[in-house]
Design a protein around this ligand. Structure first.
Ligand code: ARG
Length: 565
């Protein structure tokens, strides 16, 4: 815990007759410099005592005497503000970063809790689209945030690898392709699928053949299963290439097909509970009483559906992982689907259904018309990633033609730009995708942050002398140094809030603020000064703390911090 909050809680404890931990959870960190370094909002006391919180704050300010590192206590409206000893604050804040290094900001608040994350989940034999990029990037960051807080996390890739379309694929492949199945690329698979649709309009017999083929697949016919497995392997090869580029690894890849033999049990339980009813030949769970259309379990031909698989998957995952929460990081357009699935599980008396969350997100909007349509086709993610790397290369070469590790740097800058463009927005908002903007070195972009980190590294390199552990941080007496130290101390609570809200953008915004504040500090103060080695050592310790915080934050977002670019 923040040691100042602890001191404040102790100061307040006897007067308020409350436990320290309870008080601590109420203490805020006001954002404006003149509002005190910490504050206790007195509204809850006002409610409790049936009095005006302004009066209570004033009373408390009179009663309490500053002690220890708390130098001043003052009321401001309904808030009780605490001002700390600045030297002590700067020393402790910077000391905490330096001491914990790569784990600064991490904690154990989540220890003993298990979080399952369902994200990415592209569809076999279809291109990895932009929507799956959002799911992958946001899901990955949410997972890392929870890892940092000590949760046990399990990432699941719920691949779309089942459904009637595989019947069509098999028919199309047999009819029109002369390539060995193991050599098909995703775009060839997609082309086969498109051709099937075009031709089957004129020739309904094809659709019958597809239905028959899917039935055979479901029955486990070896030839059909082998083809389906080939198609799946072809797709996974491409997906893995994309995950590699993004630096993402998902713990468990279990597609929808994994639940083929598990849906029967779920349906049986739904029937036994009197929840599954027949309607026009189909099996449904009626959700009218809950203001939703019915949840479809079986079509009239007995085929299972997306929701059936999700119900079975949720039950199976609870059995397997005993999760405290399971978070589905998928687009807004699936809102109703997840609401239905959660409701059905709740009706089935699954206590754990209350721990199911849909962390939804908005769409991508492409500003550059060239990228936007290509005649209605999905935008291929791999093309977008490659273009980002290519553009990064142009920019980096201009700025630094003799850079050594250029391939890696351009990859990190290009991919980082895409990731940051996504994660700098609140997830529910649409992402406005504009090539010029996301790769710009100015503004709220990945390259700007990368560059801020590189610049900090180069300041340290320029000094070139080691900084001893006995650096005197008491020399950091400037207002800007105190404010920067305060900003750094905000990192741990920012991670907690971002995890709680499944909102990586809180970390992105925070990092931009650190970078901006550091940059104005650096412009206004002489950090490297041969004539004042002690002050330089102290300032460089602050610089190192800024670097560490930026690096830790970037890593949580899934972006690799660079030392040169
Ligand atoms: N494959 C699905 C799609 O592309 C996403 C799967 C989401 N996860 C889930 N458990 N339903 O839309």
């Amino acid at each position: 815990m923040d040691t100042f909050i602890k001191e404040i809680a102790e100061l307040l404890g006897t007067t308020l007759q409350m436990r320290g931990a309870d008080i601590a959870s109420l203490i805020e960190r006001p954002q404006k410099a003149n509002q005190g370094d910490y504050a206790l909002p007195c509204f809850f006391l006002g409610k409790e005592q049936g009095r005006n919180p302004v009066e209570i704050a004033r009373e408390l300010a009179d009663q309490l005497a500053p002690a220890g590192s708390i130098e001043k206590i003052a009321a401001a409206g309904p808030y009780l503000n605490f001002f700390v000893n600045r030297i002590a604050f700067v020393g402790r804040a910077i000391g905490a970063v330096i001491k914990t290094g790569a784990t600064y900001g991490h904690s154990t608040v989540g220890a003993g809790q298990t979080l399952v994350l369902d994200y990415s989940s592209p569809n076999i034999a279809k291109p990895f689209g932009i929507g799956h990029l959002r799911s992958t990037v946001i899901g990955h960051a949410i997972k890392k945030l929870h890892d940092a807080l000590g949760y046990k996390t399990i990432g699941i890739n719920h691949l779309g690898d089942w459904g009637t379309q595989f019947g069509s694929m098999i028919v199309a492949y047999k009819k029109w392709s002369d390539k060995p199945a193991e050599e098909l690329t995703v775009s060839e698979l997609v082309a086969l699928y498109v051709k099937f649709h075009a031709e089957s309009e004129a020739d309904p017999a094809l659709q019958d053949a597809a239905r028959a083929a899917f039935k055979k697949l479901e029955e486990g016919d070896p030839e059909h299963v082998a083809l389906w497995e080939r198609f799946k392997a072809d797709s996974l090869k491409e997906f893995d290439r994309i995950y590699d580029m993004l630096g993402v690894h998902i713990d468990v890849a279990s597609g929808e097909s994994f639940f083929n033999d598990k849906m029967g049990g779920t349906i049986k339980r739904l029937k036994a509970a009197g929840l599954a009813t027949e309607s026009e030949g189909a099996l449904i769970v009626d959700l009218e009483g809950h203001g939703m259309p019915p949840c479809l379990l079986l079509k009239s031909d007995g085929a299972t559906l997306y929701a059936t698989r999700d119900l079975a998957a949720a039950e199976y995952r609870y059995q397997t992982y005993k999760f405290d929460r399971m978070v589905y990081v998928h687009g807004q357009e699936q809102k109703l689907h997840f609401k239905q699935v959660f409701k059905v599980l709740e009706l089935l008396d699954r206590e754990w259904a209350h721990g199911l969350v849909h962390a939804e997100f908005g769409h991508y909007r492409f500003k550059d018309a060239k990228m936007s349509t290509r005649k209605g086709k999905t935008i291929l993610l791999e093309e977008v990633l490659n273009k980002a790397i290519e553009l990064a290369e142009k920019i980096v070469t201009e700025k630094n033609p003799d850079l050594e590790d250029k391939t890696n740097v351009c990859r990190a800058v290009g991919i980082g730009a895409i990731i940051f463009a996504d994660l700098s927005n609140r997830r529910k908002r649409d992402v406005e995708f504009d090539w010029d903007r996301i790769l710009s070195f100015e503004g709220e972009t990945g390259p700007y942050l990368q560059y801020a980190h590189v610049r900090v590294c180069s300041i340290e390199r320029k000094w070139g002398k080691p900084i001893g552990p006995d650096t005197n941080l008491e020399l950091l007496t400037e207002e800007a140094e105190f404010q920067l130290a305060k900003k750094l101390a905000d990192f741990p609570p920012t991670i907690r809030r971002a995890a709680e809200q499944y909102e990586p953008s809180l970390v992105s915004t925070y990092l931009l603020e650190v970078a901006r504040e550091f940059s104005s500090y650096y412009e206004a103060h002489r950090v490297l000064n041969e004539a004042a080695p002690d002050l330089t050592a102290a300032r460089l310790t602050l610089v190192a703390a800024v670097r560490q915080t930026l690096a830790n934050g970037l890593r949580l977002l899934g972006i690799e911090p660079l030392s040169e670019m």
